[in-house]
Design a protein around this ligand. Structure first.
Ligand code: ADP
Ligand code: MG
Length: 680
């Protein structure tokens, strides 16, 4: 299976290079390069009933009655061929393919495949495929994704050759079987399943084969995740069993009561931390649901047990904000907190690193700067990562390795439906905070078109006159950050010099230096700026309660999850807040998507909708998690199979297993990248 493609008949260096462009290097790659669609050429349609097939392609068999070539003008040749069967006549038309004529002879039988349209009472097919005689396929015809230079036939032939080769060598079914694992979807041999994926007779057969293979794939994925988890569990964690007088005192010092969700999340954390096994927990909760204080509780717990804690945030602004909030929260507690970002000066840094190593700093908060090798803890007990989807697996691993099997807590505001979490975070425990702190207002959300822009500006003026502040977020230019900045700059110029001349406006974007960015954000926070034009850099976590309007330009370019995050920047104070989404165009799907923003205010519900529309893909940082691309299974559609695979894998790892054989098998399937993560 891992043999190179050139083992196959008909594949030389040139073809090999073309296949490589599709990511196909080995026979296994080829067999797992499944068709995107299938064409049904098994059923001949009587010409009279072509119309019943709508705009689907149809297969017709008949006799050529007329061949006509015309040249309406220079450089244009049209070949018209009439074919009839017992029921009617269809006209075939090819443009500028005069050579076709040579292969056609009058009164011969042909089979034609194409789309038929009715024109002046005659059925016509433009550029159909045509073959001599009556050829009906015995299976569905696979259609693969192509690259220039490779045709469908090339791939089909190669797949056929590969299937023949592995059949001859019997190399699929002789792969080590998964012990006592029962694949509930198994109904044929694995070889047959591959064959039926490529050349099924019916779609039912293809479905069966697909499910069977999807189970195997998901089983291996879950096996990998469980093994990783098991490794982590084998080391003893930092046991935190001190009774928690400080914690109790802290909870009663809070100016609010914790919500049910916050309490539940912390109880989960507490359970984990009091056990032997290092915690691996994800807290997911909508923007504003109060994850920070849960993190504070967890951090205080390790501190009370004599360990240090660290909190990593993706941006400097966010890290600073956390630092300030923690300083406030722990004001009257014997807890020493420090902030480490790229901005801190040398002498300060030197001192900080020293104190950290001596253990006099209890909680360190910071950005990527925390990852530097000289940041060494004396007794690291807990690693918290905020907005975890912003970090890669590697980065998180570096931080964790600064302690001896510390507890690990992730926080995310991108909620994931439970079932999906299972596959994306197969190896994490998840606590969800589903309710908001009481008294939170719903951000009134409106989707408007260009015609309403002037009125929107009037409204913004009115609000700013009352002393409140606005955000205007610029369209996302996906191709380049540079264009993003250009668009933002242009908008800022216009707003500050033409529309809002009497207000204090500022611009913040990703290409500003972090000092500058910080200064602007701080000024905005302090109310020294009325209107802030921004690229999506403000997406994450900033807290300015006096900001009550969020305008998003070209809102259709953002995903729902992202819009929801942006919207979460307002509605943080007591005043009514607004989110105004400017959208161009009348595309129905876009309108529907944005309409959900008007009616749905729960991030979980929105992310479910987003999933329906956009697929899981990169949305949830699936790739950042270091998880492999799946060839057969569909993370969203195959939830049942996923759950079955997870159960089977869980049972399996409890048995007597040969780990290295499993790891080898998994890495053969998913590539070394995935396995490296298993061993991290
Ligand atoms: P997020 O989950 O988005 O990180 P934060 O932790 O920043 O949310 O919390 C948002 C705001 O809600 C903060 O100002 C915080 O002090 C406040 N808050 C958190 N928990 C509660 C609560 N139980 N009751 C009232 N306010 C709360
Ligand atoms: Mg937060």
């Amino acid at each position: 299976m891992n043999d190179s493609l050139c083992q196959l008949k008909g594949i030389g260096a040139k073809k090999q290079a073309l296949f490589a462009r599709l990511g196909i290097h080995t026979i296994q790659d080829l067999l797992q390069y499944f068709p995107r669609q299938y064409e049904d050429r098994q059923h001949i349609v009587p010409i009279r009933s072509i119309g019943r097939w709508g705009d689907k392609k149809v297969l017709v068999c008949g006799v050529i009655q007329q061949i006509q070539e015309i040249h309406p003008r220079k450089g244009l040749s049209i070949l018209k061929v009439r074919v009839s069967d017992d029921t009617g006549m269809v006209e075939l038309i090819w443009f500028n393919q005069p050579y076709k004529k040579k292969s056609l002879s009058l009164f011969s039988q042909v089979t034609v495949f194409g789309n038929a349209t009715l024109s002046y009472g005659i059925w016509q097919m433009n550029n159909p495929e045509i073959e001599q005689g009556c050829c009906v396929y015995e299976a569905l015809l696979p259609l693969y994704g192509l690259t220039e230079g490779l045709r469908q036939q090339d791939i089909r032939k190669a797949v056929q050759a590969a299937l023949a080769l592995v059949k001859q060598r019997n190399s699929i079914d002789s792969e080590p079987q998964q012990g006592f694992v029962v694949n509930p979807y198994r109904c044929m041999s694995t070889y047959e399943a591959y064959e039926k994926m490529h050349f099924p007779k019916t779609m039912e057969v293809q479905q069966k084969a697909r499910k069977q293979l999807a189970f195997e794939e998901l089983f291996d994925l879950q096996l990998g995740l469980l093994l990783r988890r098991r490794h982590e569990r084998m080391v003893k964690g930092v046991k935190c069993t001190v009774n928690g007088a400080l914690l109790k005192q802290f909870i009663s010092s809070l100016s609010f009561t914790l919500t049910k969700g916050q309490i539940k999340a912390f109880l989960d954390i507490q359970d984990d931390m009091e056990g032997d096994v290092p915690m691996q927990r994800l807290i997911q909760g909508d923007v504003g649901s109060g994850k920070t204080v849960v993190a504070a509780l967890a951090l205080l717990k390790v501190v009370e047990n004599g360990y240090q804690g660290v909190l990593m945030a993706p941006t400097e602004i966010l890290a600073t904000q956390h630092f300030e909030e923690f300083s406030r929260l722990f004001q009257s507690f014997p807890v020493k907190i420090a902030l480490l970002t790229g901005r801190i000066n040398r002498t300060q840094r030197k001192q900080l690193v020293e104190e950290l190593q001596q253990g006099t700093i209890h909680i360190l908060i910071g950005t990527h700067a925390l990852l530097q090798p000289d940041v060494i803890f004396s007794q690291l007990g807990l690693v918290v990562t905020d907005e975890q989807h912003r970090f890669g697996v590697r980065q998180r691993a570096i931080l964790q390795n600064k302690g001896k099997a510390p507890h690990v807590l992730f926080m995310t505001a991108t909620p994931i439906p439970r079932t999906l979490a299972l596959s994306v975070y197969g190896d994490l425990d998840v606590s969800s905070i589903r309710e908001m702190p009481p008294g939170r207002q719903i951000v009134k959300t409106y989707v408007i078109g260009e015609a309403m822009r002037a009125r929107m500006y009037q409204f913004m003026k009115k609000i700013m006159m009352q002393g409140q502040q606005c955000y205007v977020v610029c369209p996302l230019v996906e191709e380049s950050a540079h264009l993003d900045v250009q668009a933002a700059t242009a908008l800022y110029e216009k707003l500050s010099t033409q529309v809002f001349t009497e207000f204090r406006c500022a611009l913040v974007h990703g290409q500003l230096g972090s000092t500058e960015k910080e200064e602007i954000m701080t000024a905005f926070q302090q109310g020294k700026i009325d209107l802030l034009v921004a690229t999506s850099v403000i997406e994450v976590g900033v807290n300015v309660p006096n900001a009550t309007i969020m305008v998003i330009e070209d809102a259709e370019r953002f995903g729902l999850a992202q819009l929801h995050q942006l919207r979460g920047r307002v509605g943080r104070g007591t005043a009514q807040s607004y989110c105004i989404l400017l959208a161009k165009g009348k595309n129905k799907e876009i309108q529907q998507r944005l309409h959900w923003m008007e009616t749905i205010h729960d991030g979980f519900a929105l992310s479910e909708k987003d999933l329906l529309l956009r697929g899981a893909g990169r949305l949830f940082g699936y790739v950042q998690h270091g998880l492999p691309d799946l060839k057969v299974a569909n993370i969203l559609g195959d939830i049942d199979i996923l759950i079955a695979a997870r159960e089977a894998a869980t049972l399996y790892v409890q048995g007597n297993i040969d780990e290295s054989a499993i790891i080898e098998k998994i890495s053969r399937r998913f590539g070394g990248h995935f396995t490296r993560i298993l061993n991290h």
